[in-house]
Each structure stands twice: as structure tokens, then as C-alpha cells.
Design a protein around this ligand. Structure first.
Ligand code: NDP
Length: 334
């Protein structure tokens, strides 16, 4: 298939490129600048231009951002929409998070409907943020559960509330679009919690690492000598499993119209530190000598069976994910 991948410079998207190419798809990714596009292409020196190329989309928060990017010769058959800001530092929640997330999502769906009639399936990176309800866990988290957060709460809460709102409202907007507009394509949404695993995209420096890998970077750089912070989301997934899930979502017709909770299971920051100590004895001095162990019992239950049954995901374990992540950080100078 010929596939458009948005947010090509992202942590997750970099792995999507790898799996799309392995699956013999041809990929056009979007980036905000030629500099980023060229750097990503330089990571794939043996891949021809008709297999991998890029197109500039400067700001997904602009209503017509994707109007031209969805046009291609040969035409696209599928789209992976991963681009969306992920951080907890918004000073202006609307401008920094909500607009790029929601307008970015509806914008690409509108552009596909208008200008890319050959696209049959779109997979959208949503988040466990659009499922979790921090004020009251359900009996079990599965694809039927929605975070009840509103636009008002998203605009007036802290950075983490704004991020959770941006993902929930963007995903709702996507499903609403399909219901109201009845386009010629189907969608799937992927809802991962904390995503860990090797960084393969071009990093300017370790300061600009993606949000979900910050903890491990800080740990191995000796920035947490005094102890560990509480584990943020408790459940996690390796980025390679998530990228595989994205590709299977566009390859498997049975994924159409479905939402997926993509998680390998639960973890604690103390387990991450244990794994680093065990596998990288040289880094022991950088890690806190003592750290608290959070309760082993999970605060909520989750069900990832749909991702296994429909997408065939066999989840990687935490030890492999963390050791590969640390090795990748060391390779860029950590
Ligand atoms: P990254 O920060 O590495 O990637 C985000 C991507 O979105 C980058 O390519 C970035 O471009 C692009 N982007 C952000 N804002 C804009 C904008 N206004 N215009 C154009 N491009 C923009 O994050 P991840 O790879 O971790 O995240 C990718 C997706 O996965 C996001 O949708 C995120 O919400 C979701 N997700 C991530 C999780 C995680 O733990 N990592 C967990 C759950 C969901 P640039 O590089 O130029 O800034």
C-alpha cells in the first residue's frame, strides 16, 4: 500500500516507518521542515525515493494543513495519523495542545474525504488518556470506556489535564466525523498508555527527547539520585509493539471501525530502575541508591484482549524494552 504517515519526526512514527517498509509499503511522511525530512531520510540510506519520501506540513492546527499533503501520485491507500503534541507543559492549552490535536485530526479526515478518494483506511494514534478516568476507575478499562473530561476542564486544568483532554476530544471528533460525514474510508484508533522503548528517530540532543522516555533519560543521567517519582500511568507498551499495531490496523480489514487499548501490562518505576541496575552495572552510580516500591497490586484492571485477537500483538516484556531504550540513549550520547 502507499501510506501517508503524519508526524514523521516523532518517537512512535519513526518505528512506524520501519514496520511499514518491512511490510513492503511505500511511505510518505509529513514533517515541519526540510531539515527534519532530510535527516529522517538519511537514516534510511538504502531505501529508494519511491519507497520513502516526505512532504511538509508546517502546522497541523491550521484547518487546511493537509489539503495538499494527502494528494499523491501514485495515490494513497491508507493513512497513519500520529502527529499531535505530547507534553505536560502547555501554557496556553488551546493553542499548545487542543487545537493541534483536534483540528489536526478533523483536518486530515476532511482533506482525505475531499482530495484522496483512494484512501480506504485511516489509523489514528489516540491514547489511554482518552480512556482513563482518574476520578473513578471502572471495573475494567477496555475499549468501551471513555475519559469523561470536557473541553472546559481541558482548557482550565493543569498541563496534564490539558493533554488528556486534547487526546480524548480529538478521538471523539474522529469518530463523530465518520458518523456524520460517512466518508469512503474507515478508521481505527489506537490507545496506548506510557510508550517506552528504543529511540530510533534523529535526536538533536537528549534534552529534546520525547515525553514518555524522559524518566529513563533522567535516571541514567543521574538526575534522580534522591529517589523515584510515582509511576505516572502504571500501564505501558513497547514502541515497537505499538508501531506494529498501527501497521496491522491498516492491513487487517477486521480492524476497521474499532478502537484498541494497546498495553503490555503494568509496571512501576522501581522495576525500571531495577532493570537498569541489573543490565548496566556501569550506570549503578547514577541511579538512586534506595527507592520506594509502590504497591504491587494494580490500582485498576485493564483488558488488552482485542489487540491480541484482532491485531495479533504479542507483547514485549519490560526488561527488553528498557534495555533497548538505554542502549539507544547511550548511542546518542547519554
Ligand atoms: P513525539 O513528541 O515524539 O511526536 C509528536 C509528533 O507530532 C512530532 O512529529 C511533532 O513534530 C508532531 N507535531 C506536534 N505538534 C505539531 C504541529 N502543531 N504541527 C505539525 N506537527 C506537529 O511524541 P510521540 O511519538 O510519543 O507521540 C506520537 C503520538 O502518540 C501523539 O499523538 C501522542 O499523543 C500519542 N501518544 C504517545 C504516548 C507516549 O507515551 N509516547 C502515549 C499515548 C499516546 P515535531 O517533531 O516537528 O515537533
Amino acid at each position: 500500500m502507499r501510506v501517508l504517515l503524519t508526524g514523521g519526526s516523532g518517537f512512535i512514527a519513526a518505528h512506524c516507518v520501519d514496520y511499514l517498509l518491512q511490510g513492503n509499503h511505500s511511505v510518505v511522511f509529513t514533517v515541519r521542515s526540510h531539515d527534519k525530512g532530510k535527516r529522517i531520510l538519511s537514516n534510511h540510506p538504502n531505501v529508494s525515493q519511491n519507497k520513502l519520501s516526505y512532504v511538509i506540513v508546517e502546522d497541523i492546527a491550521k484547518e487546511d494543513a493537509f489539503e495538499e499533503a494527502v494528494k499523491s501520485d501514485p495515490p494513497f491507500e491508507a493513512v497513519l495519523h500520529t502527529a499531535s503534541p505530547f507534553h505536560f507543559k502547555a501554557t496556553d492549552p488551546k493553542k499548545d495542545l487542543l487545537d493541534p490535536a483536534t483540528i489536526g485530526t478533523t483536518g486530515i479526515l476532511k482533506a482525505i474525504k475531499k482530495n484522496a478518494p483512494t484512501v480506504k483506511h485511516v489509523a489514528i494514534t489516540s491514547s489511554f488518556a482518552s480512556i482513563i478516568n482518574p476520578n473513578g476507575h471502572p471495573e475494567v478499562y477496555n475499549e468501551g470506556v471513555w475519559n469523561p473530561i470536557t473541553m472546559d476542564e481541558s482548557l482550565n486544568g493543569d498541563g496534564s489535564t490539558a493533554y488528556r483532554g486534547s487526546k480524548k476530544l480529538a478521538e471523539v471528533a474522529a469518530w463523530d466525523f465518520v458518523e456524520k460525514e460517512k466518508p469512503n474510508f474507515t478508521i481505527s484508533t489506537l490507545c496506548p498508555p506510557t510508550v517506552l522503548g528504543p529511540v530510533v528517530h534523529y535526536l538533536n540532543d537528549l534534552a529534546s527527547i520525547n515525553t514518555s522516555n524522559e524518566l529513563v533519560r533522567d535516571l541514567i543521567q543521574g538526575k534522580m539520585e534522591k529517589g523515584l517519582p510515582p509511576t505516572r500511568t502504571i500501564i505501558w507498551v513497547d514502541v515497537r509493539d505499538l508501531a506494529r499495531a498501527h501497521v496491522r490496523a491498516i492491513e487487517r480489514p477486521e480492524a476497521a471501525g474499532k478502537r484498541f487499548l494497546i498495553t503490555a501490562g503494568s509496571y512501576r518505576n522501581s522495576e525500571v530502575a531495577d532493570i537498569i541496575k541489573k543490565n548496566f552495572p556501569d550506570l549503578k552510580s547514577k541511579l538512586p541508591e534506595k527507592y520506594e516500591r509502590e504497591p504491587a497490586e494494580d490500582p485498576f484492571k485493564y483488558d488488552n484482549s482485542r489487540s491480541k485477537e484482532v491485531l495479533g500483538i504479542k507483547y514485549m516484556d519490560l526488561e527488553k524494552s528498557i534495555t533497548d531504550l538505554v542502549k539507544s540513549l547511550q548511542s546518542v550520547g547519554a
